[in-house]
Design a protein around this ligand. Structure first.
Ligand SMILES: [Zn+2]
Length: 130
């Protein structure tokens, strides 16, 4: 009895098949397979690939729907108005940003770049984030 995996695999040309050269390690339904061609392993791998693919497709679909909804909601609104609304939203959401701008307006004299750098340090934001 052969010590090799029973799986028939394509050679490098992709035209011819030969028996897998790996040592058999696991028996499934009376046939012996190597670790790679173990039918339980290949089924598990296929299931993982399918789930990853479905998750990716779901993300893309959600993003596409979101973009379409945003476009529809912003139809006819000038870009500069959208930018102002976005800044207002950011200020609404971000207390640290609000405090930064308030301080900047009150202090006035300090260059904005220095204030940003100091605030970055206070908030432990890495400088390489831009
Ligand atoms: Zn094999």
């Amino acid at each position: 009895m052969s010590e090799r995996c029973c799986k028939m695999v394509f050679d490098e040309s992709g035209w011819h098949k030969h028996q897998c050269v790996r040592t058999k390690t696991v028996e499934r339904n009376g046939e012996w397979y190597c670790w790679q061609h173990d039918p339980e392993r290949t089924a598990r791998k296929e299931q993982e690939r399918r789930e990853a693919s479905e998750a990716r497709w779901k993300r893309i679909t959600n993003q596409t729907q979101r973009t379409a909804a945003e476009r529809a909601a912003c139809e006819g609104v000038p870009t500069d108005v959208l930018e102002k609304v976005r800044v207002a939203d950011l200020l609404e959401e971000n207390a640290a940003l609000r405090a930064l701008l308030r301080e900047w307006f009150i202090a006035g004299a300090e260059p904005l770049e220095d204030l940003v750098e100091r605030t970055r340090a206070d908030l432990n934001i890495p400088t390489n984030l831009g």
